[in-house]
Design a protein around this ligand. Structure first.
Ligand code: ADP
Length: 688
């Protein structure tokens, strides 16, 4: 135990601890080394990242400069082309381009047209009949007259609208329809007092009338026609009205088309809305300019003053939750001395999908960085980075061109470094693990060896003690009887014979024991030699048993023999086999304190001759069974008085049997007895 502990402590102090320390140190310096390289890379990434950002922004400035060149705006100013994000403002911040807004002005003409006295009298009287007195017949008459009296087309349109309405109220549907038809056809482009074009208002009325008269298809056709004009921007209207009417007409058309009654019209409608309306788009842009851009430009001009004229300026603004980047500049004064602002809304999608990848690729090649932009709102990078953004990437915000994204820069070297670091860590980890495991195995082996050694030492001590005791008993007897013979001359013949017998047997026992010890030491030194000769094994067993019989019977043992007589001769060492039998018999005798019965059997089994020594003694536990053939091994037998022994007997037996190419096995049950079986192969010559 003490030995064991000592060995473990020595092992831990001398090998295990130093290994662990070395392992730890190399690991920690490894991490430190990695960190310093990382830091170096980081700072280089930072510097080149900043440079890349600068370079990207410079290129975007170039792009902006191109987009803001005055020549472009001077051609735009007079064109009726649709806007593609470009816009022009005059010095009062009114939108000059896109053109659409100029329509808004014609609304003034409504008031102007009203100053016609005769028309006015008739028109207001008709109104009174219609609205206060609800006399729709009279109303139609007066509206008819006012129409005839009116000279301006606008007033004529007012009268026709009243006339149609009164026809409708007086349930004169045919006339109402005719009148609305005329209004839509001849005065469609003019607008009523709330600013809605007659073409549109009349079409909706016509749809209602047709529907009431069960001519839904015609009604739908009229409506679809109006929708088409609305969609294409044929009517001058502001965007809230356009949106209102579009949803209004949609709410009439969609349910009507639901039941597949008018497939052709439905198809037309579908084709129409499949094409995006550039008019609506333009309206949207104008709305956006009016609401989000112009006020900001005004504000910025106020803040920065009008000093730096030709400088371009840019800002981010959000429309419906989307961030938009606007750039603008003051254009060079025209010949008439007017100044205009020219600007454009960046197409961020186009920028991200087409322009940026090209630019980034260029810059990447120069700087050796991996570059992409990240839209933090969607989490999408462009161009896409393999395996996502690594955590060592540098994320930079745009400083001058305020794109709503981040520039993500990373170094290839980082990836490589991390890969090798991971690989090395893994490798070293495994190595350390293997070393530790091997050391543990080593310590286990050492502990096992040490405990074996300790055990053997202890067994040896016991052996010396036992052997001395074993030798002493026969010696004492021999001496006792020798002295008796010497002193007592008047001993009877019987007693004398007995004394001689005892002396002979005890010296035989003594010599057997000494033989055992000598044999064992020969075996240990590898010098044991056998004298193999052909002979009859059964005879040898029989003779040996006979010579031992006296001894057994004296101890009160009954002997049962079953020895086959017709066994073939085999090659064996007579003395050795006799010694095997004597050892087995002596054990049977020693370990049978109560039922003193020994059975010796010799028989043929397959290619072997077997002999068994069976007793009915204390038996051997299964755990002990595997160890009884080890040298010095002895069980602590509580019960037997003759339990002293050398622990060599079975070791010798096994060695002898194996030297004959045979085998020995034991079958035993505690408290019931044991059977030792020896098998010696039958062969003409013994080769080994
Ligand atoms: P020993 O000199 O102690 O007999 P052996 O090598 O002959 O040494 O036997 C080893 C041990 O095997 C014995 O101490 C005993 O415990 C056990 N043993 C051997 N033969 C028998 C047997 N016939 N019955 C019970 N135990 C036995």
């Amino acid at each position: 135990m003490i030995h064991k502990r000592k060995t473990i402590v020595i092992f831990l102090l001398a090998i295990f601890l130093p290994t662990l320390i070395v392992g730890y140190l190399s690991f920690s310096t490894f991490a430190k080394r990695l960190e310093s390289v990382s830091r170096l890379l980081e700072s280089s990434l930072w510097t080149s990242g900043q440079a890349a950002l600068q370079s990207l922004e410079d290129r975007l400035f170039e792009y902006e400069k191109q987009a803001l060149r005055p020549e472009k705006f001077s051609t735009l100013e007079n064109s009726t082309e649709l806007a593609r994000g470009d816009f022009i403002l005059d010095e009062d911040y009114k939108i000059v381009f896109p053109k659409y807004l100029s329509f808004e002005l014609s609304i003034d003409s409504i008031d102007l047209a009203l100053s016609e006295p005769r028309f006015e009298t008739l028109f207001s009287r008709a109104g009174r009949y219609e609205f206060s007195l609800k006399d729709y017949v009279k109303a139609t008459e007066d509206y008819q007259k006012s129409f005839e009296a009116a000279t301006s087309r606008q007033n004529q349109a007012f009268s026709l609208e009243g006339l149609a309405r009164s026809f409708l109220l007086s349930k004169n549907f045919d006339r109402a329809r005719d009148t609305y038809d005329k209004l839509a056809r001849d005065y469609g482009q003019l607008r009523n007092k709330v600013g809605h074009p007659y073409g549109l208002v009349a079409s909706i009325q016509l749809y209602d009338i047709h529907k009431d008269q069960n001519k839904e298809e015609e009604g739908l056709e009229t409506l679809l026609d109006a929708y088409k004009k609305l969609w294409n921007g044929d009517w001058p209207m502001n965007s809230p009205s356009v949106r209102f009417f579009i949803s209004e007409i949609d709410s009439l058309l969609v349910p009507a088309f639901e039941n597949q009654k008018f497939p052709e019209l439905r198809e037309k409608y579908k084709n129409l809305i499949a094409l995006p309306s550039s008019f609506l788009l333009e309206l949207q842009i104008i709305d956006f300019l009016n609401n989000d851009v112009v006020p900001r430009i005004r504000e910025r001009r106020g803040v920065y003053g009008s000093g730096e004229t030709s400088q371009s300026d840019r800002f981010l603004t959000s429309s419906n939750g989307n961030l938009q980047l606007i750039s603008y500049r003051i254009l060079p004064p025209t010949e008439s001395g007017e100044t205009f602002f020219g600007g454009f809304v960046w197409d961020l999608d186009l920028l991200k999908s087409e322009v940026l990848p090209e630019l980034l690729k260029d810059i990447s090649e120069d700087s050796g960085l991996l570059l992409s932009v990240l839209d933090e709102k969607t989490g999408i990078t462009s161009p896409e980075q393999e395996g996502g953004i690594s955590k060592d990437s540098l994320s930079l915000s745009f400083r001058n061109i305020l794109l709503p994204w981040k520039l993500i820069a990373s170094l290839d070297a980082f990836h490589d470094l991390q890969k090798t670091a991971r690989r090395e860590k893994f490798f070293y980890g495994i190595l350390l693990g293997v070393i530790i495991v091997l050391m543990f195995i080593g310590v286990l082996l050492i502990v096992r060896d040490v405990s074996r050694e300790t055990e053997t030492t202890q067994l040896k001590t016991e052996f010396v003690h036992n052997v001395s005791h074993e030798l002493k008993t026969p010696l004492t007897l021999i001496r006792l009887y020798g002295e008796t013979l010497q002193r007592k001359e008047n001993l009877s013949d019987k007693d004398r014979r007995e004394a001689y017998e005892i002396i002979t047997k005890e010296s035989e026992r003594l010599s057997h024991m000494i033989n055992n010890i000598l044999d064992f030491s020969r075996i240990e030194m590898g010098r044991k030699e056998f004298d193999f000769k052909k002979g009859n094994l059964a005879n040898v067993i029989q003779n040996t048993l006979e010579s031992y019989r006296y001894h057994l019977e004296k101890k009160g043992f009954s002997i049962v023999e079953e020895i086959s007589s017709d066994l073939p001769d085999i090659v064996f060492d007579k003395e050795a086999i006799a010694s095997v039998l004597i050892n087995l018999l002596s054990n049977a005798m020693k370990f049978s304190p109560e039922k003193k019965e020994v059975r010796v059997t010799v028989y043929r089994k397959d290619d072997c001759i077997g002999f068994q020594v069976a007793d009915r003694g204390i038996g051997i536990s299964p755990e002990a069974r595997s160890r009884i053939f080890e040298r010095f091994y002895r069980l602590q037998n509580r019960t037997t008085s003759e339990s002293k022994g050398s622990g060599l007997g079975l070791t010798l037996v096994k060695h002898i049997v194996e030297a004959h190419g045979g085998e020995i096995c034991v079958d035993s049950e505690p408290e019931k007895g044991s059977v030792f079986s020896v098998y010696i192969p039958v062969s003409e010559t013994l080769e080994d």
